[in-house]
Design a protein around this ligand. Sequence first.
Ligand SMILES: [Fe+2]
Length: 198
Amino acid sequence: MASHVAKSYENLLGKLHGISDTQLKAHFTLYQGYVKKLNEIWEKLPKADKATANYSYGDYSELRRREPVPYNGTFLHELYFENLGANGDQCSPELKKALEASYGSWDGWIADLKAAANSSHGWAMTVFDPNTKTVRNDLVSSEHHVGLLVGAMPLVVLDCWEHAYFFDYQTKKADYLEAFFKNLSWKSVNERYAKAMK
Ligand SMILES: [Fe+2]
């Protein structure tokens, strides 16, 4: 099966505003843990007994059932780290238009994404939905794989798990959300949208 090598995001250290290096380093370690578990599952799956696969319990079944957690735990974290590191870039006119079409205005989009974040103890994100050809805010709560709708292509990925902000903000989640928007790399988001549009 496939295997995955954890990426380094040390380039973010010392570059973010309101998200400390201590916070980031702890988050990198957590991300690396998901990569490790994903590889562990991928290593065990080919050897697991398919004959005992069962809805109630089976080694193969349990590996399969948990696979989406470290899979999304790995790749959502990569999308998150990769959309940090703002460098003065702005939302592209095409994406801005799409966000305004979905939420009435730019502020309407921000307010909705914040509301999604406040509704989630997991992830909030803006996705391109190829089924409706619109952009939409989604939340993925409780587990990394619960709530990510079929075909959704993540554009803005916001980690709302407490581990993403507790060192810097404790329970002041609203302050973390402000920091996230300040650090959001529109260059990355614009590239994702352009890719989704192809
Ligand atoms: Fe996280």
